[in-house]
Design a protein around this ligand. Sequence first.
Ligand SMILES: CC(=O)SCCNC(=O)CCNC(=O)[C@H](O)C(C)(C)COP(=O)(O)OP(=O)(O)OC[C@H]1O[C@@H](n2cnc3c(N)ncnc32)[C@H](O)[C@@H]1OP(=O)(O)O
Length: 212
Amino acid sequence: MENLLILGAGGHGKVVAEAAMLTGRWDDIAFLDNDTTLNRVIGIPVIGSFDTYLDHSKAYSSAVVAIGNNENRFVWLTKLEQAGFKIPVIIHPSSIVSKFSQIESGTVVLAGAVINADASIAKGCILNTSSTIDHDCVIGNGVHVSPGANVSGTVTINDFSWLGVGASIVNNITIGSHVIVAAGAVVISDIPDSVMVAGVPAQIKQSYGDEL
Ligand SMILES: CC(=O)SCCNC(=O)CCNC(=O)[C@H](O)C(C)(C)COP(=O)(O)OP(=O)(O)OC[C@H]1O[C@@H](n2cnc3c(N)ncnc32)[C@H](O)[C@@H]1OP(=O)(O)O
């Protein structure tokens, strides 16, 4: 058995940690977090701040990042990878993942999520509680699909986009990079990069230009 370091002991971190425990794959799990007041979270020790990650590379061969912000999560995932940590995929045992799908390192698939055949999920994504990714979807790096969001077949979602809770995406469309799809939105047409869309049907509410 191997040991697992989880960067981030907040709400998302504890959900990721529980999923990891339930896999039975790791016998020692620890958190790093920048909140120095944290000692234990759901019984798991917090053994240092993020910057101490190199100090733990001998004791912990594997590491994942449990930070909600898509870009930060990816920055830390890259640092861990470059430091030689193994970056696993964590799949909650109560999710349903097609054996014909592909999932890259650092992605977490949480309880009740469904990933169907020929879906391809890149690095460092969050497929949150009861979200669905249907057949032939292509999901880029660092994407977060929030709880209960449904992505229909043959949808492309580019890097670092975030689907809010309960969002729905119809089939055969492309969502750009750094897009925010608001909670409950229904997306029925392609969405360009770096915008926030909301409503039914979803319309552009904000453009981020060079901010991102
Ligand atoms: C396990 C977990 O907890 S995972 C986390 C899950 N969390 C979520 O899914 C949260 C999703 N967040 C949202 O939907 C937010 O509303 C965001 C991020 C899209 C927008 O937040 P902000 O940038 O603060 O936007 P703001 O509140 O200023 O709204 C901007 C405009 O969009 C509209 N808007 C924002 N969200 C929505 C929405 N969900 N549906 C419809 N319209 C919306 C606002 O009414 C406003 O419209 P107006 O300009 O016509 O008045």
